[in-house]
Design a protein around this ligand. Structure first.
Ligand SMILES: Cc1cc2nc3c(=O)[nH]c(=O)nc-3n(C[C@H](O)[C@H](O)[C@H](O)COP(=O)(O)OP(=O)(O)OC[C@H]3O[C@@H](n4cnc5c(N)ncnc54)[C@H](O)[C@@H]3O)c2cc1C
Length: 234
């Protein structure tokens, strides 16, 4: 009797694989496919925002390398500044899937501005998820409204794909950490107020890396020249 059971499961498995594949193709043609009522509403809001506020400005932002502060704050007013962070400190408390739906819709209006919004959301979530209450209370409300902007600082001139080889160090001295190192390709770079930064506090490799939050204006924090890039100029 074992064979029919296995066959039954195999055919179900094949069907599931096929339907997932079919859905991924179909949702490429119609991004609304398979979404719940709430997700469709969120998608509609993001699409309208993208076509009215982002698309008409996209070429100018790109050409003049503009970091569109006011538009970003308008996006945050819709809840897009802290999409999957908890509501306690101003987040929208949505899921990662909701965030993907929003980012997909926004990127139709401007890919690079949307890329920055994804990074800001990631940095905000890291504080929301791993920070203590004092840190959350201090930083999250202004990050959720994008009154403050955040950057995610992992890459260094000599560590890109192999991020675990990063060489920026953080050494504890009394109540402070003394940071020493250089970061590269940081989206939002000079514009941001908060830097969620990876630095080595222990052994070599991934296990020796910690995450610190650095505020703009911290003594010793300085910025190099802006990289010349094709698109993604934020
Ligand atoms: C526009 C832009 C914005 C960015 N924003 C941020 C940001 O906000 N924060 C941040 O921390 N970083 C940011 N980055 C950095 C980005 O994450 C790195 O560029 C990326 O990790 C790749 O690192 P690298 O450029 O040093 O390339 P490298 O790591 O030197 O890789 C070069 C090439 O070699 C390939 N390669 C590398 N290792 C291997 C391997 N073991 N086997 C086979 N192939 C390999 C890579 O796929 C790539 O094609 C940004 C980069 C750009 C261009």
């Amino acid at each position: 009797m074992l064979t029919p059971v296995i066959l039954k499961h195999c055919s179900k498995f094949r069907f599931l694989r096929f339907s997932n594949f079919a859905r991924s193709i179909a949702s490429f043609l119609d991004p609304a496919l398979g979404l719940s009522e709430e997700q469709l509403q969120v998608q509609k809001i993001a699409q309208e925002f993208s076509s009215k506020e982002m698309f008409p400005n996209m070429a100018e932002w790109d050409e003049k390398e503009i970091f569109p502060v006011e538009i970003l704050r308008k996006a945050a007013a819709l809840g897009f500044g802290a999409i999957y962070s908890s509501e306690k400190y101003g987040g929208s408390g949505m899921t990662r899937l909701d965030a993907s739906i929003i980012f997909e819709a926004l990127s139709r209006g401007c890919v690079s501005t949307t890329a920055y919004i994804t990074i800001h959301n990631m940095a905000v979530w890291m504080i929301d998820h791993y920070g203590n209450e004092e840190q959350k209370k201090k930083w999250l409300p202004k990050l959720s409204t994008m009154e403050h902007f955040a950057s995610y600082c992992l890459t260094e001139p000599n560590s890109g794909s192999d991020a675990a080889s990063l060489s920026t160090t953080a050494k504890k001295e009394g109540d402070y950490y003394i940071l020493n190192g250089t970061k590269a390709f940081i989206s939002g770079g000079g514009e941001s107020d908060i830097y969620v930064l990876m630095a080595r506090t222990g052994q070599s490799g991934p296990k020796g890396i910690s995450c610190l939050v650095v505020e703009k204006g911290t003594p010793g924090l300085s910025f190099g020249k802006k990289e010349k890039k094709v698109s993604l100029k934020l």
